[in-house]
Design a protein around this ligand. Structure first.
Ligand code: HEM
Length: 140
């Protein structure tokens, strides 16, 4: 099976609606991710739904209504480091199971989300500043 076969395999819009609903419920409850998203989540939810149904072989509604996805560019305004990506991915993987998406679609989708979410990382983790001289010892 290829990624483009998933929409028909799972039975069209309904499972994707469940996927996006569960995913957004988890985002909404996540204190790390919630502030990154706008106060009203409905538009983003709809774009996510249209994107995913199209990507996995459904009707080309996203590109018709929104234009070329250019996802990395669309994510530029948000600071996405490894930790934010890990939260995002864990919610999406959980949502795949809650939406009861069956194998082999489940594994294909997990694989896509793992790779694509890594590709969306655009920031270093906030690390302590290691580029500084060591402090002299008190007795030296
Ligand atoms: C597999 C990786 C990802 C995919 C396929 C994806 C897909 C999308 C799509 C289709 C949209 C809507 C774009 C539009 O406005 O037309 C979107 C918006 C957004 N994404 Fe992602 N995304 C991914 C990863 C991430 C990650 C890792 C984060 C942050 C941790 C993130 C945060 C956001 C935010 C904050 C928005 C804006 C939501 C809004 O305006 O309501 N995304 N994403």
């Amino acid at each position: 099976m290829r990624a483009q076969d998933i929409y028909d395999f799972v039975g069209g819009d309904a499972p994707f609606r469940r996927l996006v609903d569960h995913f957004y419920a988890l985002v909404e409850a996540d204190p790390l991710l919630r502030p990154m998203f706008p106060p009203d989540l409905e538009d983003g939810k709809q774009w996510q739904f249209l994107f995913l149904t199209q990507f996995f072989g459904g009707p080309a509604r996203y590109i018709q209504q929104r234009g070329h996805p250019r996802l990395r560019m669309r994510h530029n305004p948000f600071v996405i480091d490894q930790m934010a990506r890990d939260h995002w991915l864990s919610h999406m993987l959980a949502a795949i199971d809650v939406a009861e998406i069956q194998e082999p679609a489940r594994s294909l989708m997990r694989d896509y989300f793992e790779r694509a979410s890594t590709f969306m990382i655009n920031a270093e983790p906030s690390a302590p500043n290691v580029m500084q001289w060591p402090q002299p010892k008190a007795d030296s």
